[in-house]
Design a protein around this ligand. Sequence first.
Ligand SMILES: [Zn+2]
Length: 297
Amino acid sequence: MSDLMIVERKLNKKKVIIAICIVLIIIASIIYLVHKQKENKQAKAMDQQIASENTIENEQIQNIEEANLEPEVKKPTPNYTQEAKDNIKNIYKLEGHTAYLTFDDGPSNSVTPLILDLLKEKNIKASFFLLGSRVELYPDIVKREYEEGHYLANHGYSHVYSSIYSSVESIQDEYTRTENAIQQAIGNEEYKCHLFRFPGGSVGGPYASIKSQAIPILEEQEISYVDWNALTNDSAGSKTKEKIIQNLVSTVGEKKNVVILMHDAGDKILTYETLPEIIDFLIEKGYTFDNFYNIMK
Ligand SMILES: [Zn+2]
């Protein structure tokens, strides 16, 4: 073999080795790339899983936080501002065409729950002028009234005229006793209704003078009063549904706003039985229903 041939063979051998090396590098690269791609895919899938798990966890945390945020429905609280004072004084002339259903002398365990069921069914909020002595007997009913969004107002403690109207101090004392009873019944010591209804009304009668003396003194203590400008006469006189409706129709007349006096004492089952017709009549007359939370603000 010539020297040239030997050199040529060596060169060919080198070429073959280089080619093999290149092929090996290419194969290694392909294997590496395929492997890398697989890893990327797995990482991506894992990221997605973690992300979706995080979303679920976040949603769960949010749900828990939301549940913690609203542990109870916020109850409206009456306020005693100049606007509230003016509103209650001018209630019959305020904007709108509003009927305020008011129930005095309760609660009773025979009539009040039935009235509450009906008001709930009709989605109407009313106002209850409570007697302290009866609040103490049926605190759970008062709590229900409060929780269902009705206005709890003050009608004194005893409803015995000779007792409550014996002096201005006696009126104040009955008001305070009733307020305390209401606060205890609803478990809210901050609740002040700022609203009194004189038993028998604020005007006239044998106790007219003591009532008119009491009005400015109560006002100094952030207590306003409200009477009524329509009634069913369910406390005396109306012994049938027809009579109740007749009294309602004649006293409502064409009034702009009406504060309707009714009673939910234990013997006032007829008031409850006539209430659907009372409500229908007021709807027909174009009234919307409200209680005093929008007045005392
Ligand atoms: Zn009364």
